[in-house]
Design a protein around this ligand. Structure first.
Ligand code: NAP
Length: 338
């Protein structure tokens, strides 16, 4: 069986990617900061899949050299998903930039040394759409790169993703030549949660469902279903022509209040926020609700992009954003989290 190493195996996107890999007959080894999470992870994957799933989990931290070469033994493909994605941004951006960049390089260097054929790395729209100031292209695509040095038009998280992806390409185009790389650059990822311990992106749904904001900040989000993101990771690993390519993975762009409307219609018994908040009020609310800090660079802006490359070259037939939104909320309700 062909073995694939999935880093950050406990994560939201990684869990779906693991199941998509297993479905296609791959053997999966995962990394987590602590391999003690193996039993819980396998129970979560098995519950969701409705059948017994048992993957091997090994310890590897993005901030330490320990364990990476052992993790790569016998591996043909690397799926590198681990990266810090916090609910609340740290004061020092390096708390995200250093693990994201150095961790990606640790994983890629260990992969190259072990003779891994191809690495697929989860980058982000954060590495495409930020730091442009007033010059952001009307329609974003894979040829575009964020400028992480324009700090005003970035967060620590968006900078960490752009810097890490750039470092990865520099590595395979230099010292790491011979190791193939493809990156998946998703927009905000929603869709079914497998456990209550979910990615920060699901805050989009939980903030609305828990009525945490009085009304919605004027924001738009590109939305993609986690099942499509998982598929994109597998396709980018298997398709010969995907080597050396970036793939923007996103479906429709919706405003926060449109997301709320979809949830209100799907969950009529819930009290959900209504209407939009003026931008000045959102800025004032940040100290009370620090999650909002993540979205300040995007306040009042509308984003547009094309997903043509992912559709044409990876064969992704995108799940509607509405289904992804409702699936997030419904699974969290079913898990007793909402
Ligand atoms: P998640 O559920 O929070 O998963 C993040 C994973 O990264 C966790 O499994 C965590 O592992 C691991 N990690 C964090 N810091 C680490 C460290 N120092 N050492 C080792 N592992 C570490 O988030 P996700 O949404 O699935 O994110 C997966 C990837 O997709 C990330 O690269 C993220 O930037 C990217 N992405 C996400 C979105 C989105 O909307 N969710 C959009 C674009 C890109 P532990 O179990 O050890 O904590």
């Amino acid at each position: 069986m062909t073995k694939v190493l999935v880093t950050g195996a406990t994560g939201f996107i990684a869990s779906h990617t693991i199941l998509a890999l297993i479905e296609k007959g791959y053997e999966v080894r995962g990394t987590a900061r602590s391999a003690n999470k193996a039993a819980r992870l396998n129970a979560i994957l098995s519950d969701y899949a409705g059948k017994a799933i048992e993957i091997e989990l090994v310890s590897a931290d993005l901030t330490s050299d320990d364990g990476w070469s052992e993790a790569m033994e016998g591996v043909t493909y690397l799926q590198h998903l681990a990266s810090p994605i916090p609910n609340n941004l740290p004061k020092d951006a390096n708390e995200l930039i250093i693990p994201a960049r150095d961790g990606a390089l640790r994983a890629l260097k260990a992969a190259k040394a072990a003779g891994v054929k191809r690495a697929v790395m989860t980058s982000s729209m954060a590495a495409i759409a930020y730091g442009w100031g007033d010059k952001r292209p009307d329609i974003l695509d894979e040829t575009h790169w964020s400028n992480p040095d324009n700090i005003k038009d970035n967060t620590a998280y968006t900078r960490s993703k752009a810097i890490a992806e750039k470092a990865a390409w520099d590595y395979v185009n230099g010292e790491g030549a011979g190791l193939e790389l493809a990156t998946i650059n998703p927009v905000a990822v929603l869709g079914p949660a497998m456990s209550g311990d979910v990615s920060a992106s699901l805050e989009l749904v939980t903030q609305a469902m828990q009525n945490k904001v009085p009304a919605y900040p004027k924001l738009t989000f590109g939305i993609v279903d986690v099942r499509d993101v998982a598929k994109a990771h597998v396709e980018a690993m298997e398709r010969p022509a995907a080597a050396g390519e970036r793939f923007l993975v996103g479906n429709e762009v919706l405003s926060f209040s449109e997301i709320g409307d979809i949830l209100r219609e799907a969950f009529p018994d819930r009290k959900l926020p209504k209407g939009e908040l003026p931008n000045w009020l959102v800025r004032m609310m940040v100290p009370l609700n620090p999650t909002l800090k993540q979205i300040l660079p995007e306040l009042g802006k509308r984003r547009a992009y094309t997903n043509a490359k992912a559709r044409e070259q990876l064969g992704i037939d995108f799940i509607p954003a509405k289904d992804a939104i409702i699936a997030s909320a419904q699974t969290l309700v079913d898990l007793g989290e909402l």
